[in-house]
Design a protein around this ligand. Structure first.
Ligand SMILES: Nc1ncnc2c1ncn2[C@@H]1O[C@H](COP(=O)(O)OP(=O)(O)OP(=O)(O)O)[C@@H](O)[C@H]1O
Ligand SMILES: O=C(O)C(=O)C[C@H](O)[C@H](O)CO
Length: 358
């Protein structure tokens, strides 16, 4: 992999991965239907970057979450729940003057593959993140810093923070960036495409959905996305149930040979709820990157972690035990492509596994 060596030992780091972004208390509907008709909601937690941190910690890595929450009960709940996954929350700042963000969502309508979201996060504690109140040393202390385009939409201060953290600097951790284009979050929707493209181009490892690249940038297909994003050493283009394609190796702008293009089919999954699959995929890919596994296996670990989340109702679940995941990742192509995973599959042999060492 080009760019900073995430797989190499790094004496000054305190975390494997630092994930920076807003998390919210999430209200999941008690029954399907329009937001207007849902009679009650159950409490869970959401937040793309903390989802990645929780999955990585549950998979045995040292993960840290950097953010801000209000000095309120919802802030307590987020910090306590995320800590229980084994994530280091020591750098999360409490703001007595701003609330913790929350959001409500409906069940996904399987016919249209859509759901409704109602955010209550404008002016939240996390939306005030800035270079002035998020110490760079907290964010840059890992081998990997994982960011997402959601943060760019929260406020001008949040965007400044992303610009500062992605600026070139000696010893910069590997910057991982999930485009996560959330149309409903941008106050200036016209600005989003250029901002997200610029942030992706400043990063070392980029995750983007083929559909979101078309929606945000009007780009069709993985090759077109790579042409618009030549800088990242690793570019992962996700295609949902079909699989993912990774561009890695020598950069096309450098005349030192062709880069590798690796396409890996996804698994057959009996999907319960699709939200959070992208975060779980990123966590699986990052976990295998930290272990210096080959590109195909990084993608397979991504698909497996995604399959774990796809088979539960919320954004988060325990990933498969590492030895179990490694056995599945080692399957031959036919066995991989015919494997079918449904609710409960991750529990298969977790009870008998030892806690993995990163
Ligand atoms: N129907 C499916 N069957 C099997 N795997 C799937 C399916 N949908 C998604 N996946 C897996 O989940 C990964 C992420 O999917 P996708 O890119 O659609 O998520 P996303 O839109 O980024 O999700 P979110 O932003 O809500 O977390 C895919 O790369 C794949 O591994
Ligand atoms: O939409 C957001 O800002 C979130 O972070 C909420 C969800 O947890 C996230 O979309 C899942 O990827």
């Amino acid at each position: 992999m080009s760019g900073p060596a995430a797989g190499a030992a790094h004496a000054a780091t305190t975390s494997d991965v630092v994930c920076l972004g807003e998390s919210m208390v999430t209200f999941l509907p008690s029954q399907p239907g329009r937001l207007a008709d849902v009679p009650s909601f159950g409490r869970a937690i959401g937040g793309a970057e903390s989802n990645v941190a929780c999955a990585l910690a549950a998979a045995g890595h040292r993960a840290k979450w950097v953010s801000r929450v209000g000095a309120d009960g919802f802030g307590d709940h987020l910090v306590e729940t995320i800590s229980r996954y084994g994530v280091d929350t020591s750098a999360v700042e409490r703001d007595p003057d701003r609330p913790t963000g929350i959001y409500f969502r409906t069940a996904t309508d399987r016919a249209t593959d859509t759901h409704e979201v109602a955010y209550y996060r404008a002016g939240s504690a996390a939306s005030a993140m800035s270079p002035a109140n998020v110490p760079a040393e907290d964010a840059l202390c890992g081998r990997i810093l994982h960011l997402s385009g959601i943060t760019a939409a929260l406020s001008g201060d949040c965007l400044s923070l992303l610009h500062s953290l992605t600026a070139p600097r000696p010893g910069r951790p590997l910057i991982s960036f999930d485009v996560n284009h959330r149309t409903g979050l941008w106050r200036d929707a016209d600005a989003a495409p250029a901002v997200l493209l610029d942030l992706a181009r400043r990063s070392d490892l980029v995750f983007v959905g083929e559909d979101e690249a078309e929606e945000a940038w009007g780009l069709n297909g993985a090759e077109a996305i790579r042409a618009a994003l030549p800088e990242p050493g690793v570019l992962v283009v996700k295609r949902g149930a079909e699989g993912a394609t990774v561009f890695s190796g020598p950069r096309p702008s450098v005349a030192d040979g062709p880069e590798s293009v690796t396409t890996v089919p996804a698994l057959r999954v009996d999907v319960v709820a699709p939200v959070g699959a992208g975060d779980a995929f990123a966590a699986g890919f990052l976990s295998a990157t930290l272990r210096d596994l080959p590109v195909r296996d990084r993608v397979r670990h991504g698909h497996l972690m995604a399959a774990a989340v796809l088979t539960v109702p919320g954004d988060l679940t325990d990933p498969p035990a590492r030895a179990h995941a490694d056995r599945l990742v080692a399957l031959d192509d036919t066995a991989w492509e015919t494997l079918r995973l449904g609710p409960g599959w991750t529990a298969a042999d977790r009870a008998s596994e030892e806690v993995p060492t990163p």
